[in-house]
Design a protein around this ligand. Structure first.
Ligand code: ADP
Length: 624
């Protein structure tokens, strides 16, 4: 990232407008409410000042009760009305369809969903996203700050205009001829002295503030804070985490946590932030606070001298002192808003860069017609693929055709390319060479979502939600109960389901409620398989789905596998070869290539890689 010192006003405005547009997009109504709320917020203090001046004027002159009553009622009605209007509008904004914090998360989440999968796996992209969130969490930097700056800037701008309107009379009303010794107050000397006493501290204050902000939010500090937050996240809540509680108690790990929290933390009492506050940063802040008293003193002096000379009455003293003091506050606010926007620019750019990462993978437009006969045929034709940043092909010159409705096993040692093969089939990556064809057409030409609809994959590291069982299987709140039950039954979860008092409404896990059921790894895997079955896609892919199952459950799933896949094309990835005997065809992967294909018996007869692996594993299963 660049240094903040180099950010010009033009760049500040450009970056602000970009962030503003991103937040405002599809959300114009909210910003209109927000704008009106900011205008009302800016004008309220001056309305109060003006009405108070009228009441004091009447009190110090004629004291007519009916006039006083009228002013009091008007003051309460107008200021109260404006306050209510502001709060209602803010409430509408905060409770609207997309309040700004939600909108920010949604922009990032939508982008994560839309990114090409290789980008999502890319460590630089992941780090970019982590940085965006960490800067936002640390100091509300980035898009989070845009609504605040917008609201404050508008409110301060309206405040400045209102203040000028209310205080202009201070300079137009002249000292009467009866007080010639005070006539200098109307002359250039008096006016210049007042302006200087107000302007100098008012202009210096935001500059000082900016210095402190630049010091505390410069990139090295921001990075230190980001790192500090990471450490805090990692070690600050260890004892809150259920999955760590046992290890922590067993090995007294809280000592390590305390060390990182107290000694090696940038936020500790002798860390860089504390040092800044104790030193230069603290001194600048103190000077800033002291200077802010100067304009107020100067205004009181000037206005009171002019009133004492007989230029105006007590009511106008209130109005002028109030409005000039508030004017300095508004101008100071405006300058601080610009400084905030300037310091925020780099962080907005970071977010915008992330949101603008282009989709490089070709997006096709063909639909995969929903075929009742499920006659889909997939062919890998001389496919090679290498992961970005690596020097060896993960798949090399792979050619294979799947027959519809077959049970296909993909076997091979760890790292031989089995999962990569599935990732390419699901178009998470595109091949570097060769083609993957669906019914004779390159899969890149299909609309991605349509293409994905024909696959159900149970990934090795699948995740379930802490939600009711039925919702997990169906992936939605409304579902056909019988279908979900069938899917669970087929996946081998039927008996367990019948024991659950709340059936499909059983909450999984205890993240949100003590009522939740803590399912075992094997049970979770069955639920994940049921979810894949419920989707009822023509291709069902199980990527080492039995790894967490006990041997009995594993044997059960193997035996049922053929039956539960029904008319689907089932692709089964495993390094446990005993499962393959149920499959019509076995692809043997070795170092990224398919080296053998055939049935279990056929492959054993070949005495090749498959036979070698089989014999190596068979010794662990005496019955085999
Ligand atoms: P298998 O599923 O057979 O265990 P994989 O398909 O996962 O094997 O891996 C094939 C090869 O590609 C291995 O050498 C592995 O280290 C490498 N690989 C897998 N995923 C990635 C990745 N995201 N980035 C870089 N290399 C990878």
């Amino acid at each position: 990232m660049k240094n903040q010192e180099n950010i010009t006003l033009r760049r500040t405005i450009q970056s602000f407008l970009q962030g503003f547009q991103a937040l405002r997009k599809d959300n114009g109504g909210m910003f209109l409410f927000f704008t009106i709320a900011a205008i009302a917020d800016g004008v309220i203090p001056y309305v109060t000042i003006w009405f108070s001046a009228r009441i004091l004027e009447e009190l110090s002159t004629l004291r007519r009760p009916e006039v006083l009553w009228r002013w009091v009622i008007l003051t309460v009605a107008v200021t109260g009305g404006l306050e209510i209007l502001t709060k209602l509008l803010q409430y509408a904004v905060n409770c609207g369809q997309e309040p700004f914090p939600y909108r920010r998360y949604k922009l990032l989440s939508d982008k994560c969903l839309a990114l090409d999968y290789p980008d999502l796996e890319n460590t630089e992209v992941r780090d970019q996203l982590a940085q965006i969130n960490q800067y936002a969490n640390w100091a509300g930097l980035g898009l989070t700050r845009i609504p605040l700056i917008y609201f404050n800037f508008l409110s301060h701008a309206i405040g400045t205009i209102s203040a000028v309107v209310l205080c202009v009379g201070l300079f137009l009303t002249r000292v009467p001829a009866s007080s010639p010794e005070m006539a200098w107050l109307d002359g250039p000397l008096g006016i210049l002295a007042l302006i200087a006493a107000i302007a100098v501290p008012t202009l210096i204050a935001p500059w000082l503030q900016d210095k402190v902000t630049v010091l505390s939010q410069n990139i090295s500090f921001a990075d230190a804070a980001r790192q500090g937050n990471r450490v805090f996240q990692a070690f600050g809540f260890l004892s809150h985490q259920m999955h760590r509680v046992l290890d922590i108690r067993m090995y007294g790990q809280q000592k390590i946590a305390r060390h990182y929290m107290q000694k090696e933390n940038v936020f500790s009492a002798d860390g860089p932030f504390a040092r800044l506050d104790k030193g230069k940063g603290g001194a600048l802040n103190a000077l800033n606070a002291a200077l802010s008293a100067v304009p107020t003193g100067a205004v009181y002096l000037f206005v009171c001298l002019k009133a004492a000379a007989g230029a105006f009455g007590i009511g106008m003293v209130t109005q002028y002192v109030g409005s000039v003091t508030a004017l300095t506050g508004s101008i100071r606010g405006l300058l601080e808003d610009i400084s905030l926007a300037r310091n925020n620019a780099l962080y907005v750019d970071l977010t915008m860069d992330f949101l603008h990462i282009p989709n490089k993978m070709y997006q096709g437009s063909l639909t995969t017609e929903k075929r009742a006969d499920r006659q889909y045929e997939v062919e890998f034709r001389n496919v090679s693929f290498r992961y970005p940043g690596t020097t060896q092909d993960a798949l090399h010159n792979v050619s294979v055709k799947f027959k519809v409705g077959t049970r296909l096993a993909v076997v091979g040692e760890n790292g031989s390319g089995k999962t990569t093969f599935i990732k390419l089939l699901c178009r998470l990556y595109d091949p570097d060479a060769g083609q993957i064809l669906l019914n004779g057409i390159d899969i890149r030409k299909y609309r991605y979502q349509d293409y994905m609809d024909i696959f159900s994959v149970v990934f090795q590291d699948f995740k379930l939600f802490s939600q009711p069982l039925g919702d997990n299987v169906a992936g939605q709140r409304q579902y056909e109960e019988a279908w979900v039950r069938n899917a669970l039954q087929d996946a081998g979860f039927g008996e367990r389901l019948s024991e659950l008092p709340d059936g499909l409404n059983t909450q999984l896990y205890r993240d949100y409620t003590g009522e939740g059921v803590q399912v075992s790894g094997g049970e979770a895997q069955k639920i994940a398989i049921a979810r894949a079955l419920y989707k009822n896609a023509p291709f069902i892919i199980l990527d080492e789905p039995t790894a967490a199952l006990d041997p009995v459950a594993e044997a059960e799933i193997y035996a049922q596998f053929s039956q539960i896949s029904g008319d689907r094309t089932a692709i089964y990835i495993s390094h446990r070869l005993s499962s393959c005997r149920f499959c019509d065809e076995i692809l043997v992967f070795d170092h990224g290539a398919i080296t053998e294909t055939g049935t279990h018996e056929g492959l054993l007869e070949q005495h090749g890689k498959y036979a070698e692996l089989w014999n190596a594993q068979a010794q662990y299963y005496t019955e085999e």
